[in-house]
Design a protein around this ligand. Structure first.
Ligand SMILES: [Mn+2]
Length: 357
């Protein structure tokens, strides 16, 4: 287990690398080129703009979150092979830069979605929250506007304005894409990148859909155990793995995360560990990482990762906004630092008690 934090790259993050380095136990970051459009090549020079500052700060890049997949690849348009060729070049350039883990997702049109990016909790902290009734009242073409309004001026990952400007065309293009077609296009993509991943020992970790169910009539396929098992079997190669995101999978309370960790044993190159509180089956809000603050058993999750031999990078995920911090929603320094320490405390306790037995 290697404790890391997400960092959005030069110019996109309110949190400085030197501050990340001062969190006990944190040795690396996952980062991304936020200015790149899905489908574009990441050149070696582009990647250097990430590795240079991270290394100067005494940290290392343990993976990329994310190299986003273009809608052409998800839909399977005639442009898909060109975009996949570009993706392969990007993976090659990442491999040459000694980066061996890439997180991505395969959600149509919209990436992670929330109805509120700053819901106030009892103690005054604010958190990201999701209320299905509020989402049902938003028209899909207004969702981007609604997310942007709540973002505090920060660029939100996965919500590229250039792409979402063409929302009506995007919806039209996805018209014929049902969950089977989307799954087939995901398999096509993973088969196409298999060789470059093998050559550079790159592990791909698909991020679960968030929330873990279809929204706005668009299919979502990585929502729980069934979809994950199906995908791991469909492309049964070491590069095809999952990003175990407890918050995204846990948005659906029927998902048994410990069970998912067990069935994906050996195929989890990256883990996002955070907690949520369910208020009803249509409403959840993010919580502090501590088990007692939300609905999840964080000890059981860390124990399952430990027991299945997880040895990849892990990061605290969205934190609460506390102590008047101003940052990308969900990505302040303070609460994620607390989360990183708490998760490491759980891990140390598990490790020591296991070794004593
Ligand atoms: Mn996540």
């Amino acid at each position: 287990m290697e404790m890391t934090l997400r960092w959005y790259g030069p110019g996109y993050d309110a949190v400085d690398l030197w501050k990340i380095r001062q969190i006990p136990g944190v040795t690396g970051v996952v980062t991304s080129l936020m200015g790149k459009q899905p489908g574009e090549v990441w050149t070696e020079a582009d990647i250097k703009t990430l590795t240079d500052p991270v290394e100067e700060a005494g940290l290392k890049i343990v993976g990329i979150e994310s190299v986003n997949i273009s809608d052409d690849i998800k839909i399977g348009t005639e442009k898909r092979d060109e975009h996949i060729a570009n993706y392969i070049t990007t993976l090659e350039n990442l491999g040459k830069a000694d980066i061996h883990m890439v997180c991505y997702n395969f959600m149509p049109v919209f990436d992670w979605t929330r109805s509120d990016l700053a819901r106030k909790r009892e103690d005054g902290a604010t958190v990201l929250a999701y209320n299905q009734d509020m989402i049902d009242q938003i028209k899909p073409d207004k969702l981007r506007e609604s997310m942007e309004k709540m973002s505090g001026g920060f660029t939100l990952p996965g919500w590229e304005p250039e792409r979402l400007d063409k929302i009506a065309e995007l919806f039209a293009a996805y018209k014929e894409v049902d969950s089977d077609k989307l799954f087939a296009n995901l398999v096509y993509f993973l088969e196409a990148i298999a060789d470059v991943c093998a050559k550079y020992d790159i592990k791909m970790g698909i991020h679960p859909d968030d929330p873990a169910w279809p929204i706005f009539g668009l299919p979502r396929i990585i929502t729980g155990k069934e979809g994950i098992e199906k995908l791991l079997k469909a492309v049964d190669k070491p590069h095809n793995g999952i990003t175990l995101c407890t918050g995204s999978l846990g948005s659906n309370p029927t998902n048994d995360i410990v069970d998912i960790i067990k069935i994906a044993k050996g195929r989890i190159p990256f883990a996002h560990v955070r907690n949520l509180r369910y208020n009803s089956d249509r409403d959840f809000e993010e919580a502090a990482h501590l088990s007692s603050d939300g609905s999840m058993d964080m000890y059981a999750i860390m124990k399952a990762l430990y027991d299945t031999g997880f040895d990849g990078p892990i990061r605290p995920d969205h934190g609460r906004m506390v102590w008047d911090e101003v940052a990308v929603p969900g990505y302040g320094l303070y609460d994620r630092a607390m989360g990183a320490c708490y998760l490491q405390g759980l891990w140390e306790a598990i490790d020591k008690s296991e070794k004593r037995n």
